[in-house]
Design a protein around this ligand. Structure first.
Ligand code: GDP
Length: 345
């Protein structure tokens, strides 16, 4: 392990103190595993300035061949289920095994609250300061699609910086699970015993997406109910049509707080990854995800260009005001405006 002093003596860090860097400097910094330059490069991804986006995409071109080597894990569960406690224990377990761990987040609620599920510094106290871990709060964005694209790019930067496992966390309340499932190799659902599916806000569709289901807080008086719930969920999962020929979703119990059953979750993931590689699914899934990523990138880019266009901004304002008077057809206006945008030089 490096000492902090040696770390700060790296040439890239000295460069980082100066103003804007070149794409090559960012690329070199990321490939050297320089966390400060990694963070600054991620800030470029998150920026809405077109000059930053251009620089970020030049950096992306330079690091792309060094990305893709991690295991990408999605974790979801309702607030309070123990996600951050679990990720802390799980991440430290991986670090003990010699791996480097990055934790990213997609938080659809952060726009409303102005905060973030990973913004709270008290979460993952030990992991967040560990030199072999990197925790990045959710990027702010206008749409889930926009945030998801930024998180995907961040994931690639982290991989190029040498992180072996990327955890993408989200709250179990809706569309963001699909976005996370779409960018990861393994999807883990954390649940509680005795809370009832309704109360946990977990939809059947999310349970169907899970590659493993873990009942957390299996400690003290809750241990037996957790085991019972695990059996019930196992039976319920058997009613769903299987997603893979080589894998049935695993159900287990754990206590993130007491660090019990956490390493078994890693064994499950490792088993899944090995089997899905043997079956050729791992690569195929990543290719499919890349194609979807391309399409969502296209939609996002078009949306941005349209909404940032000053003439369109004026037109949108005018039409909105007229719609309030109730004398226009929304669909016809949308079509007309898109046609007008496409005919612009
Ligand atoms: P999150 O909102 O899903 O990230 O949940 P947190 O990790 O913040 O945990 C919510 C609360 O549950 C905290 O008070 C934790 O200490 C507690 N908690 C988390 N995991 C466990 C566990 O395994 N057992 C028990 N008894 N409490 C836990």
């Amino acid at each position: 392990m490096y000492s902090n002093l040696a770390y700060f003596n790296k040439p890239a860090i000295r460069l980082a103190r100066r103003g804007r860097l070149t794409a090559q400097e960012y690329i070199q910094g990321i490939l050297e595993g320089d966390r400060i330059l990694l963070s600054r490069a991620i800030t470029l991804i998150e920026s809405n300035l077109s000059s930053d986006s251009r620089l970020a995409s030049d950096v992306m071109k330079g690091i792309l061949s060094n990305s893709g080597k991690s295991i990408r894990i999605g974790i979801t569960g309702v607030p309070g289920v123990g996600k951050s406690t679990f990720i802390e224990a799980f991440g430290l377990h991986l670090i003990e095994k010699g791996l480097k761990v990055a934790v990213l987040a997609i938080d659809p609620t952060s726009r409303k609250s102005g905060g973030s599920i990973l913004g709270d510094k008290t979460r993952m106290e030990t992991l967040s300061v560990h030199p072999r871990a990197y925790i990045r709060p959710t990027p702010s964005g206008e749409t889930l699609g926009g945030v998801a694209n930024k998180t995907r790019e961040t994931m690639l930067f982290c991989e190029a910086a040498g992180f072996d496992v990327i955890i993408v966390e989200t709250v179990g309340v809706g569309q963001s699970e699909i976005a996370v499932k779409d960018m990861t190799d393994f999807f883990l659902l954390l649940m509680l015993a005795g809370a009832g599916d309704e109360l946990q806000g977990i939809k059947k569709g999310i349970m169907e997406m899970a590659d493993a289901l873990v009942i957390n807080k299996a400690d003290g008086d809750n241990k037996q109910p957790a085991k019972r719930a695990a059996r019930e969920y196992e039976n319920a999962l058997h009613l769903f049509p299987p997603t893979y020929s080589f894998w049935y979703p695993k159900v287990s119990v754990c206590s993130a707080l007491r660090n019990e059953g956490v390493n078994e979750v890693w064994e499950t993931i490792d088993d899944f990854v090995q089997k899905s590689k043997q079956e050729g699914y791992f690569k195929q899934n990543r290719k499919t995800q890349n194609i979807r990523w391309f399409h969502s990138g296209l939609v996002e880019r078009l949306r941005q260009q349209f909404y940032q266009d000053s003439e369109m901004k004026g037109e949108i304002l005018r039409i909105t005001q007229q719609l309030e008077q109730g004398n226009l057809s929304p669909v016809a206006e949308a079509e007309g405006l898109v046609n007008k945008f496409l005919k612009k030089d």
